[in-house]
Design a protein around this ligand. Structure first.
Ligand code: ZN
Length: 407
């Protein structure tokens, strides 16, 4: 497991949001080609890298039962937020607790006080960087875990399972991970992304997301002759922002199941101004409530500017994948059972964001997210433990078995 993970981690696969191509960076194909070749060498004959940078592979069924086709999915790119060039992984074997100082930059310290998950890693082998790059355990841990599980299933034909599909995607970190995914070709009934954080976790919920745009038209006059006439669009926009809830309903004041209204852009001049916001909640009703709150604020502000006008436009971005996944409770039940069989206690949680899985779910492939073990991702303090990665591999293997047993 360690060797496999390190082999993938040192390949630079950073994606680039400014690039229009797919994959956004050609170097992602270096890893894709390696993965396809390794799958071929395992004896998975249809494994291949396509021209868009996706890897597809099939582990044939070895049972007579009619088992749904399950897909395991991870992404090959790493975040543009932190460099992924010249990654030099370090292994802290048999971690004894305390802070981990990264050798090439001693100002980079994984502090036990700030990384609560470290306390569950005593005795484990923790992989970090040297402090100058990210590690890319997000999501190369997932790749390594799926690859190891594939190897195990091929080597152990006595372990019964239905047809298993493998999908490795580029460009997840820039929100384009499923743009060119060919679900027809994939032919899976259900999927799991292996891209979650803490061992034992399974995530079946994402935010539901809308974008809101307020366009304001004020009243412009020469500033020297403006008394009683001018209605300044920038000041209207500022008044709206100022009246947004401060102690609730914002990203910096909420967690767990609470959503928010969040301004992400403001542009304007005297006559026109535009405020862009994102709206997040776990339910459609919660989104509606926040949008009504926003409209109420805008209307109240506009009362002070009687000759100005506004338009509020709301656009759907994505929806909570739970709406789709709940129609197939066996997806989560089987995953919980698989996690239990590894000796971990399954924990169901929700993601305060969107995932490739939420998009796949609404494209017709229900897809919750299972832990890969990665922590502090998108940063130089990123780490993962070998033991957690092994638990994820076991979860994948048990999951294949549980689907077969229950078919
Ligand atoms: Zn990820």
């Amino acid at each position: 497991m360690t060797e496999r993970f390190l082999r993938y981690a040192v390949i630079d696969t950073q994606s680039d949001p400014a690039s229009p191509t797919c994959p956004s960076t050609a170097k992602q194909k270096n890893l894709g080609a390696l993965l396809a070749r390794e799958l071929q060498e395992m004896g998975i004959h249809d494994a291949h890298l396509d021209k868009h940078g996706y890897v597809y592979a099939t582990i044939p069924a070895n049972t007579d039962k009619h088992v749904p086709v399950i897909c395991f999915c991870s992404h090959m790119d790493t975040s543009p937020d932190c460099t992924g060039k010249d990654v030099k992984p370090q292994i802290v074997r048999n971690y004894r607790g305390g802070d981990i100082v990264l050798p090439a930059d001693p100002t980079q310290i994984i502090r036990a006080a700030e990384h609560a998950a470290l306390k569950d890693q005593i005795g484990n082998d923790i992989i970090t960087t040297d402090g100058t790059t990210l590690l890319g355990a997000d999501n190369k841990a997932g790749l390594a875990e799926i690859m190891d599980a594939a190897q195990f299933l091929i080597d152990n034909p006595q372990v019964r399972h239905g047809e298993i599909k493998i999908l490795f995607t580029p460009d997840e970190e820039i929100g384009r991970g499923v743009d060119k995914a060919d679900l027809k070709k994939l032919g899976a009934d259900f999927a799991y992304t292996i891209d979650g954080e803490t061992a034992g976790n399974i995530e079946d919920e994402t935010f539901s997301a809308d974008a809101a745009t307020i366009t304001i038209e004020g009243v412009s006059t020469h500033p020297g002759f403006a008394k009683g006439k001018m209605e300044h669009a920038i000041k209207i926009a500022a008044a709206i922002i100022d009246r947004l809830p401060k102690d609730t309903c914002s990203p910096e004041t909420t967690e767990g199941k609470h959503g928010f209204l969040h301004p992400i852009g403001i542009t304007g001049a005297l006559e026109n101004a535009t405020v862009s916001l994102i709206v997040r909640d776990f339910t459609d009703a919660g989104l509606k409530e926040k949008e009504a709150l926003l409209e109420g604020i805008v209307k109240a502000v506009m009362k002070d500017f009687p000759r100005s006008t506004y338009r509020l436009k709301v656009k759907q971005q994505y929806r909570n994948m739970k709406q789709v996944i709940d129609r197939h409770p066996e997806i989560i039940d089987n995953a919980m059972e698989a996690i239990r069989r590894t000796g971990l206690t399954p924990v169901k949680s929700s993601i305060r964001g969107g995932t490739d899985g939420s998009r796949l779910s609404f494209m017709g492939l229900p897809c919750p997210n299972i832990f890969a073990g990665q922590h502090a991702f998108h940063s130089r303090l990123e780490w993962v433990s070998v033991q957690d990665m092994e638990k994820a591999t076991q979860t994948i293997v048990y999951l294949a078995m549980v689907w077969e047993e229950r078919a």
